[in-house]
Design a protein around this ligand. Sequence first.
Ligand SMILES: [Zn+2]
Length: 265
Amino acid sequence: MRPIRVGDIVVHPVNDGTAVLLPENWANSDWTEHQHLLDADGRIQMPIGTFLARIGDRLVLLDAGVGVVSSEMFEGGLLLGNLAALGVQPGDIDTIVISHLHSDHMGWVERDGAPVFTNATVHIGAADWAHFVDNLGDGRRRASRLQAIESQVQLIDGDGVTILPGLTTRATPGHTPGHTSTVISSGDERLIVLGDAIHCPAQLTEVDWEFIYDVDPTLARRTRAALLQEAEMPGTALLPCHFPGLQAARLLPGAGTRRWVLSGE
Ligand SMILES: [Zn+2]
């Protein structure tokens, strides 16, 4: 998978596996114009993305995959091997930001009750911690896995929190209550790493579609619309966690029409 450049910073897509979704997972959807996104069985296969970046003297991982899982929806477990191929061991990573606490974004933070990234601070949206851990939003097992790494966790409270120079958070609620994107900036370029604020390329143009796993679909739609509009700013790209090839989306400046391109450069 091709690295993405943001000014002086190189962002490496690191895949953990594959998620399989169905067209009906999006409400109000009509896939006539998006057949190329479907496989031979009419399903949508997506990578389970995480992103690695060295920013200053820090080594940052954005999202943490699904882990060693084999289910109808997820096939995972590639993250540590793919990090090793980039010369990175789990103990090298000092900063992790988790976009939200669904299983395919926090899967590797813990294994068998012990932290995997032993030297990392794990930044998580406070509202997601309240929803998934305090209020058991996805059940007791998810909550107890997260409690196992509680000493590493730093909760993100509010919007626009600077994690380190060049890396700030952006509250993008809706998919989950504390869903958090991260903005990587260098020079006059910005990359907004979206987590699951947008899932599939069709949603770049199909603004009425709603994803059935959004905790608050109306809020998610509003958040998505704001992000799609923000992409109009020069030097701005959007990087969701499940786009084909883990590519970034950029809006081509043009007269009247909104044309999106996906690319690593
Ligand atoms: Zn996801």
